[in-house]
Ligand binder design. Structure first.
Ligand code: ADP
Ligand code: ASP
Ligand code: MG
Length: 412
């Protein structure tokens, strides 16, 4: 008999009816003799509602108080799920992150898990109980409640699976696996039976929110067998293959990820002398703003234009910092745009195939989509384009790389 850690996301516990559905599902596993540890998210929309309340109260709320607030959503669902399980004659016990203990560092709203105490959970499992743990939260050394960043319940699931040496970590959600791209954007997107760990890591970091990136990192580090499945439909889901088999023929492109959360800033007419990049980016990083893509161009008269992207939430903060830097450097000025998006093609097969980037650029040119920035790595090519073309670009690239469901059926 196996030990499963099962994580159910917000929509899967979005109503009393759905929580009953999850309880039926968990009970099914118990009836088959398996041990189950369940991790749940808050009901869908709840975390956003709580964040909304905070922003009504204060412009920049104290991160510690934010964590006290947003962690409440998961406390509701663990209790309701335990009630539903007991109603079905299935013994269960709920735990908050602090009760487990899931110990984290003290970086509120983006805390990292350091250690998990498995004693209570093991004792409950031995007594035949289902253990239900609140996702997304932990506790730091001083006893402060912390949270793991948006989508963090995935990471709780994988971390518990690692700590308990579970047979599999199952991420149950509102789609039946990982697709070639977001199936809500491309109708012809195809479910993948297997995706390599490296590809999943890139997809998650480039915007596919089906799995939180930290969860994928954790799975890789601790070799946790990880599967994404539909909460209420049967099916094999998608296995994240941690032991990537390089001997297998890999498709050139496995998936397309995209991200609307980006904004672009440019400082124009900067003197082209050593140390300029550092003078521009050090104050940005000192303001705790993460930079993603960077582009530098020597323009007319040997002056440099320097462009970079940041998270859209940091856009206005970054603009203020950059305006100050521009004055100090005697630059011509600054520009900014937050109506951009990033589209990326991902695939380990890229390593052994030439011309992948040019296929991407040709495809976008055919659709008359202007590329504003480009960045590449061994297994991905990302471009920044105007946000209004995002869906068109994703659909066109999905076809250009033969990822459509139809294309695959025809080739068989
Ligand atoms: P949960 O609340 O269960 O954590 P999320 O909304 O965080 O669910 O993640 C599931 C969503 O991820 C899907 O509804 C889908 O729209 C989106 N998604 C984005 N990219 C992909 C992809 N490549 N494959 C599957 N789903 C994707
Ligand atoms: N409830 C949290 C969020 O909405 C964590 C999660 O759902 O994974 O981000
Ligand atoms: Mg999620």
């Amino acid at each position: 008999m196996a030990l499963y850690v099962q994580k159910y996301g917000g929509t899967s516990v979005g109503s009393v009816e759905r929580i009953r559905g999850v309880a039926d599902k968990v009970k099914g596993f118990r009836d088959n003799g398996h041990d189950v540890v369940v991790v749940v998210s808050a009901m869908s929309g709840e975390t956003n509602r709580l964040i909304g309340l905070a922003s009504e109260m204060q412009d920049q709320p104290d991160p510690r108080e934010m964590d006290v607030l947003v962690s409440t959503g998961e406390q509701v669902t663990i209790a309701l799920l335990c009630m539903a399980l007991k109603e079905r004659g299935c013994d269960a016990r709920s735990y908050t992150g602090g009760q487990v203990k899931i110990r984290t560092d003290s970086s509120h709203m983006k805390a990292r898990i350091q250690d998990i105490d498995v004693e209570n959970m093991r004792a409950d499992l031995t007594r035949g109980r289902v253990v239900v743990v609140a996702g997304f939260q932990g506790v730091d050394e001083q006893g402060n409640i912390t949270t793991l960043g948006r989508g963090g319940s995935d990471t709780t699931g994988v971390a518990l699976a690692a700590a308990l040496s579970a047979d599999e970590c199952q991420i149950y959600t509102d789609v039946d696996g990982v697709y070639t791209t977001d199936p809500r954007v491309v109708e012809g997107a195809r479910r993948l039976d297997v995706i390599t760990f490296e590809e999943m890591l890139e997809m998650a970091s480039l915007g596919s929110k089906v799995l939180q990136i930290r969860a994928v990192e954790f799975a890789g580090k601790y070799k946790v067998p990880l599967r994404v499945l539909h909460s209420f439909q049967d099916g094999p889901g998608t296995l994240i293959n941690i032991e990537s088999d390089n001997k297998m023929e890999q498709p050139v492109i496995s998936g397309i990820a995209f991200n609307r959360d980006e904004a672009k800033l440019t400082i124009t007419g900067v003197p082209d002398i050593p140390g300029v990049a550092s003078k521009i980016l050090s104050p940005i990083s000192a303001a705790n703003i993460e930079v993603d893509m960077i582009l530098q161009n020597i323009g007319a008269g040997g002056l440099t234009d320097f462009t970079f992207t940041v998270h859209r939430n940091d856009f206005s903060k970054a603009q203020t910092v950059l305006e100050k830097v521009a004055k100090e450097l005697g630059a011509n000025g600054t520009e900014g745009a937050d109506n951009i998006a990033k589209v990326s093609i991902v695939g380990v097969g890229m390593r052994s195939h030439a011309g992948v980037a040019s296929t991407m650029f040709d495809c976008l040119a055919e659709e008359n989509i202007n590329i504003q920035m480009i960045s590449t790595s061994e297994i991905k090519v990302s471009v920044v384009i105007a946000e209004k073309y995002l869906e068109l670009a994703v659909r066109a690239l999905h076809s250009a790389f033969d990822l459509d469901q139809q294309a695959v059926e025809e080739s068989m």
